[in-house]
Write a protein that binds this ligand. Structure first.
Ligand code: SF4
Ligand code: SF4
Length: 468
């Protein structure tokens, strides 16, 4: 893609609105689309728009049932866990929905030193985490060089005599130039994540006041193109639900995913679907402009799952435990656990600095894990693909024919067993091991079972970080 194309806005606003303004579909149309979805080939923009216009409760349930089948078929009963590390809450932008906005004088600000980032990492390692997301506000004190150093320091931390270390770091950072992405790429990050917030260019102006870097809609929209040019082909997109019409945002995500697929042969690795939560000093979080009802939120998760069957879908601790437990059945494949959204909160005083928004789920990591076990889901800390080089197009080549499954469940079981052995209470260990046993009894890849059992013995004998 040349430089001119790279700056081109690929969201067709008028067309997306024209798809939303259509009447509700009839049953035959819905059946045809859902039959296609069951073949795991994904959906096009028009089909997604048709499902978004479904309002009938029974028809919505039909969509959710199909999403459940697609989720089970591709992801099985496993769920990847991670935690964010907020390295700073100082920001030069003024997004009207975020506590970190520069005009908010109600929160205490901080940019963590490298030693403080190490302390945060240690605290998460002691809980059993292996995957983190580094995230911060935008300002020139924590630019690319700071983040590269932060990544190196996070990877370097060791706990329990070298046994525990962070195995994958994803980063959620403000849009940057190709050169910055090249620097970031050297640091062996997993996924680069950046949310468009709203895909509606007109609304975007309202929430991102002029005069700040974030006010540039096109620069943000084309960030993944620059990431690709800088060598990063594992990218995560997202929209903040509650700013605009949820149907438009879902269509925006679809058009973004298609743009990446068309231009680079591989869609996004993940889609995030945060829903606006109250946030101190952020007017549009206190009075959400277009709140997304729970029923619509569940519907949109189900539609994204069947439209982009091979794309991971991430849910944060913005949602409460009930919603999180429900949505893992309809599409969510990655979830944060035990999260704090203020810098320094894992290792220091939790109230020492301001957080980005209020959490809907304040449970500790082990409580979250227990509730997933109760739902029959294996919590996974797997980092296998990234470390084996199965990323970008190579990953999709395995995911689309369904071959990735042969890695996912064994790796989930290995990392879960490590967690049980090293961090879990006796009660969690008993429940967790029973779940592993039940899963193996039902596992259809019989030829792999003896290998899995052999590795479970290896873990029992002290070996760690085993993955296929
Ligand atoms: S959403 Fe991001 S860019 Fe906007 S004020 Fe918050 S931290 Fe800054
Ligand atoms: S094997 Fe790959 S796709 Fe599966 S959980 Fe691990 S990293 Fe993710």
């Amino acid at each position: 893609m040349n430089t001119k194309d790279r700056n081109k806005v690929f969201i067709d606003r008028d067309y997306l609105w024209s798809l939303i303004d259509r009447k509700a579909p009839n049953q035959n149309e819905i059946n045809d689309i859902l039959n296609k979805a069951l073949k795991l080939k994904g959906l096009n923009l028009e089909e997604v728009a048709t499902l978004l216009n479904v309002e009938d409760k029974q028809q919505i349930q039909q969509i959710m049932d199909v999403a459940h089948k697609v989720k089970e078929e591709i992801y099985g009963k496993r769920l990847v866990l991670f935690a964010p590390i907020y390295t700073g809450n100082v920001c030069c932008n003024n997004c009207t929905y975020c506590s970190f906005r520069k005009d908010n004088h109600l929160i205490k600000r901080k940019i963590l030193s490298m030693e403080e980032i190490e302390a945060e990492t240690s605290a998460l390692l002691k809980q059993g985490h292996k995957r983190v997301l580094l995230i911060c506000g935008e300002n020139n004190k924590n630019g690319t060089e700071y983040m590269c150093e932060a990544i190196r320091r996070t990877y370097s931390v060791r706990e329990n005599n070298g046994r525990d270390y962070i195995r994958r770091i994803n980063v959620e950072l403000a849009p940057m130039e190709v050169e910055d992405f090249r620097m970031l790429h050297q640091e062996k990050i997993g996924t680069y994540v950046c949310f468009q917030e709203t895909y509606d260019s007109e609304l975007y102006k309202r929430f991102h006041p002029a005069g700040t870097p974030k006010a540039d809609y096109a620069y943000r929209l084309t960030v993944m193109d620059r990431a690709q040019e800088g060598g990063i082909n594992d990218v995560g997109i997202g929209a903040l639900f509650g700013l605009g019409d949820y149907r438009f945002e879902v269509l925006g995500l679809m058009q973004h995913a298609k743009h990446l697929e068309d231009c680079y042969g591989c869609g996004p690795h993940t889609v995030s679907i945060p829903r606006l939560e109250p946030a101190i000093g952020a007017p549009d979080a206190e009075n959400v402009p277009m709140p997304v009802k729970d029923e619509d939120f569940k519907k949109l998760v189900a539609i994204i799952r069947i439209a982009l069957p091979y794309t991971g879908m991430i849910l944060s601790t913005r949602e409460n435990a009930t919603m999180r437990n429900e949505l893992i059945n309809y599409g969510i494949s990655q979830i944060s656990a035990g999260s704090k959204t203020n810098p320094g909160a894992y290792s220091e005083d939790e109230k020492g600095t301001g957080s980005q928004f209020e959490l809907g789920d304040n449970r500790e990591m082990e409580d979250v894990i227990n509730s997933f076990i109760d739902e029959g889901y294996i919590p996974s800390f797997c980092t296998g693909c990234y470390r084996k080089g199965r990323v970008g197009e190579d990953f999709m080549d395995l995911a689309k024919p369904g071959l990735i499954k042969q890695y996912c469940l064994p790796n989930a079981i290995f990392t879960f067993e490590e967690y049980l052995k090293d961090f879990a209470s006796e009660q969690t260990q008993i429940k967790g091991r029973q779940l592993i046993k039940d899963m193996l009894a039902e596992y259809d890849q019989k030829q792999l079972i003896s290998k899995i059992e052999e590795n479970l013995n290896n873990i029992d004998n002290g070996q760690r970080d085993i993955y296929f």
